[in-house]
Design a protein around this ligand. Structure first.
Ligand code: OAD
Length: 252
């Protein structure tokens, strides 16, 4: 049953599945935060990877080659994140969490906007841009002496500090990965929202959920082709589709 719709004419079966779901898992990507003013990565023209080269900014080797450039780029992104506020898509997901027995929000985003919208069970697969860690010791560092150094140095070992995000070529935090896989396997309804599905292992989670019996819903801007059964594809803005879906599922 593949259902494509560009409007908000949600299939009754989907509304029922959501309303009576025992366990819902949601995977989000940069698209959920686009309506909060944060750039995605791969959207043509506006995506960060349309303007910057990930090899120069988002790998451990890039940091070793030019730590100042990498630190300053993340500092710039951190400033964007600090100015951003959750949008109706984030709030709708927090609402779903308050209505279903079990709920997991697995995000590839590093911006904390789900938590700000009130989501509680959030699994951060790619770290958090607001946190800083030591490049040498790989431990979170909360504060460091103010100096002119860019990047600043670890107060414990003197190593360079870096953002606590996952770069290309690095492993995801194991605990987050297990939590994400478990939530996906046990979900009866799985949403994939605002992600192009090009980065593993997150990209495999919808399939994992589906193989274990979940109904899968995708929401993004481009038309996705999928061979899965029991997939509902919606092409449009998450900040519009999600509130409408919640409203219809629990109407009356
Ligand atoms: P992408 O930029 O690859 O994909 C963004 C997706 O969001 C696309 O499918 C868009 O159609 C969709 N989109 C854009 N605006 C939307 C809106 N208002 N509503 C719904 N969908 C919208 O971002 P990700 O899939 O998150 O990794 O990228 C995955 C990872 O690649 C990121 O976490 C990051 C990046 O390199 C790291 O930094 C490790």
């Amino acid at each position: 049953m593949t259902n494509r719709t560009s409007g908000y004419n949600f299939p009754t079966q989907l509304l029922k599945t959501l309303r009576f779901a025992r366990q819902v898992a949601v995977l989000t990507g940069a698209g959920i935060s686009a309506e909060s003013g944060l750039a995605t990565f791969r959207d043509p023209m506006t995506g960060l990877w349309a303007k910057f080269r990930p090899e120069e900014l988002a790998t451990p080797e890039a940091f070793q080659r030019n730590p100042k450039l990498v630190w300053e780029w993340y500092q710039w992104r951190r400033e964007q994140v600090e100015k951003a506020a959750p949008n109706p898509g984030h709030f709708a997901l927090a609402q779903i969490e308050s209505k279903v027995p079990k709920f997991s929000l697995i995000t590839q985003n590093v911006d904390s906007l789900h938590q700000q919208a009130g989501s509680k069970n959030v699994v951060e697969l790619h770290g958090n841009i607001r946190r800083t860690k030591c490049f040498e010791e790989n431990i979170v560092v909360e504060s460091w002496p103010e100096t002119e150094d860019v990047p600043p140095h670890c107060p414990r070992c003197g190593g360079l500090l870096r953002p606590d995000v996952v770069w290309f070529g690095e492993n995801l935090p194991l605990e987050a990965l297990y939590a994400a896989a478990n939530a996906s396997k046990n979900a009866d309804l799985f949403f994939s929202i605002g992600t192009s599905g090009q980065v593993e292992p997150a990209a495999s989670l919808p399939r994992l959920a589906q193989q274990n019996g979940a109904t899968v819903v995708t929401i993004n801007l481009e038309v996705t082709t999928t061979a899965f059964h029991k997939v509902y594809n919606f092409n449009g803005r998450a900040g519009e589709i999600l509130p409408a879906l919640v409203q219809k599922a629990w109407a009356g």
